[in-house]
Design a protein around this ligand. Sequence first.
Ligand code: MN
Ligand code: MN
Length: 296
Amino acid sequence: MLECYRKAGRIAGEARDFGASLVEPGVRALEVVRRIEDYIQEHGADIAFPATLSVNDVAAHYTPKHDDTLAFRKGELVKVDVGAHVDGYIGDTAVTVEVGGTTKYTMLREAVEDALDIAIGLMQPRAPLNLIGGAVEQTIESFGFKPISNLTGHSLKQYVLHSGLSVPNVRDMTSDRVKEGDVVAVEPFATTGVGKVEGKKPGNIYRMGRIKSTKYRNVVEYIQVEYRTLPFAERWLHPYVRHLGFTLHSLTRNGIIQPYSILYEISKGMVAQKEHTIIITKEGCEVTTDTEGRYG
Ligand code: MN
Ligand code: MN
């Protein structure tokens, strides 16, 4: 199991770096996510969730549609968030790039880098997650920015992306602690805005809902076999399902699937994020998605 987490983490980290290197002025988001997802599959893992490329004040959950024409422009701030799994054991990781090599948001990116390093440095058995949230908050505020208070890291389990524990980015009221063997995604978000996101409209990513029905049984069975309990993208179904827009709308309306909303910073602040997946060990933690040897 740990070996699966390590392999998934390594491949997710490489795919993240590869994806970030492709984000250039004029390049289409659709091309980048396809190449990230191909990379994961060609290197011996499966895709844990659709690769997302969230731009500027979009903090998370944007993936292109099958016919999306969005292209990057110089100076935009792009969060590249990538997930790979091996036998359901997930590596979840993200980095922020400024398109075309501009440096307007270097400090914002450094704020999340430092916050992530500090949070990882505090992770060990029995570490209280509210204090780690407090350390993230203080670090980001020391750069003059705000942490996003309603986005959190999360524990991972086999085929489960958010499995119960939350890792806050502010000091909150939780009394949760991590324990040896827990696998956790740590993901500070910093913004030039007020520090809150809201879902303004449904995006192009879905998960299975709670309601069971025989409606569109073939499509639902296909989703369950291919993606199990993990999120999936509209563009993944497009080659296989006719009248896809109508079908997804109807499945959503009936509660059979649920869309993830695109998350915008409420004051239109720019947002940076950095994320690693870690395994809590007896002594501290092991970072599965690190490709730089940063955590030795
Ligand atoms: Mn992520
Ligand atoms: Mn995550």
